[in-house]
Design a protein around this ligand. Structure first.
Ligand code: 5AD
Ligand code: SF4
Length: 441
């Protein structure tokens, strides 16, 4: 009898990457994917704990899966990812239906651990954070039909920004061997992948070798030269590690997409200091200006937070000022959320909830105007896009520009995986609508 598994993935791209890793390991050992949790013998929830909201969402899903298990006691139920790493054995106490708690660096051991659970009907909690990052699995044909994919090149974070849980749940920074990264990239390309995004919590602090001979720009240059790789991206970069060499890569490497995601978090130097970010607003703006000098059409996106402890209205105005000056293509904005064990959790001067919501609304309105204005400049222009698949609305295809903007257009032929040119007819806040050049649609 075949065994079926189902994974729900929450949170960031690193979790998506990890879920694919688990899928390949399970399929290698004979499991088949189930379309819904009800049809699975093994249910995994890969969780995120970056903000309290993500954690609540995971717990409510876990609660529903525990009820499912009451009806089907043979089911194996597991939690992986950042909440598993953070909470460990406490999760089994809180959710007695759980069989498995698997930390972020333990996922490579999943099949071996499942054997123990099946043979002995024992519950397992595995949360060793000292393990090396996982090695690629290379399950044959797993990525066939995918236009784009990720490679995790480093894990963890040493920065300890005062609000952030990541260093606690993803461990210290550790880079992957270049040989393995290169092998994985070739494997993806051989399966038809055209665009690779290099992933890491601090992707640009990648380094390898006893004397750190290989740095991130060197790795990027090597990978960009691989035959058949149409596009390469990377995320997430930290402003304090953004070297001039890396900035120059945007001018030098043809297939490096003209887009950088560079979180700034706050526009006031007082708040940046309290956050332990390691740069000033002036330094951040200087970096963006340097990037735009080297690559004038580069798209810049960022993360920002409102309502950090002690953030006054004046501090918030500095954040708005930076947003107005830098004109990001897109901005991911969050309400500050207390995370257990972080320095910020213990800070005084917490901001009132309604005030935080008000600041977020104001900020998002400002950014909406900027994003729309920037997108509107593309109306009437020709852009190159990589076609990713059918758009959610029927009859249309969708792709992305190098600057990472979504473009929808009509086409009669299947052109998924091709780089094509599109005339932009209309720009919205979240996407662009265009006409394929050279088609009679
Ligand atoms: N509260 C709110 N937002 C947070 N982020 C990280 N930690 C917190 C927190 N405690 C945001 C940051 C980060 C993004 C991934 O999530 O902006 O860049
Ligand atoms: Fe968190 Fe800061 Fe590390 Fe990013 S750099 S993962 S925000 S501690």
């Amino acid at each position: 009898m075949p065994q079926y598994y189902h994974i729900t993935t929450m949170g960031c791209q690193m979790n998506k990457y990890d879920s694919n890793h688990i899928r390949q390991l399970l399929q290698n050992s004979g499991f088949l994917p189930a379309d819904i949790p009800d049809n699975a013998d093994l249910i995994l929830i890969n969780t995120c704990t970056v903000r309290a909201k993500a954690q609540q969402k995971a717990f409510s899903l876990l609660g529903r899966m525990v009820s499912l298990k009451k009806r089907r006691p043979d089911l194996i139920l597991g939690i992986t990812g950042c909440i598993a790493q953070q909470e460990g054995p406490d999760l089994i106490k809180r959710f007695p239906g759980l069989d498995l708690v698997l930390g972020t660096r333990e996922i490579g051991r999943i099949t071996e651990i499942l054997e123990t659970i099946k043979d002995d009907r024992k519950k397992v909690v595995a949360t060793n954070i000292e393990l090396k990052p996982i090695s690629p699995v290379n399950y044959n044909g797993f990525f066939k039909g995918q236009v784009k994919s990720y490679i995790s090149i480093m894990e963890g974070c040493n920065n300890f920004c005062s609000y952030c849980i990541v260093p606690y749940v993803r461990g210290r920074e550790i880079s992957c061997p270049p040989k393995e990264i290169l092998k994985e990239a070739k494997n993806l390309i051989s399966q038809g992948v055209k665009e690779i995004t290099l992933l890491g919590q601090n992707v640009n602090s990648y380094s390898w070798g006893e004397k750190k001979e290989i740095n991130f720009p060197m790795l990027l240059k090597t990978l960009s030269r691989l035959d058949g790789l149409l596009r390469i991206r990377f995320t997430t970069s930290h402003p304090k590690d953004l070297s001039d060499d890396l900035i120059h890569c945007f001018g030098e490497l043809d297939n490096l997409c003209p887009h950088i995601h560079l979180p700034f978090q706050a526009g006031s130097n007082k708040v940046l200091k309290l956050m332990n970010r390691g740069y000033s607003r002036e330094r951040y703006m200087e970096l963006i200006n340097r990037l735009r000098e080297v690559k004038p059409d580069i798209a810049v996106t960022s993360d920002v937070m409102v309502g950090f402890p002690k953030e006054t209205d004046e501090d918030f105005q500095m954040t708005l000022d930076l947003i107005n000056k830098m004109e990001f293509d897109n901005l991911f904005s969050f309400k500050y959320s207390d995370r257990k064990g972080t320095l910020a959790e213990k800070m005084s001067g917490k901001i009132d909830k309604d005030e935080i919501s008000f600041r977020l609304d104001v900020l998002q309105q400002v950014q909406k105007g900027i994003t729309l204005k920037k997108n509107k400049t593309l109306e009437g222009k020709k852009v190159e896009i990589l076609v990713e698949g059918d758009s959610k609305r029927g009859g249309q295809f969708t792709g992305r520009t190098g600057t990472n903007k979504i473009v929808n257009f009509n086409c009669n032929n299947n052109i998924i995986g091709q780089l094509v040119e599109v005339d932009i007819e209309y720009a919205f806040v979240n996407s662009l609508k265009g006409v394929l050049i050279g088609s009679d649609n």
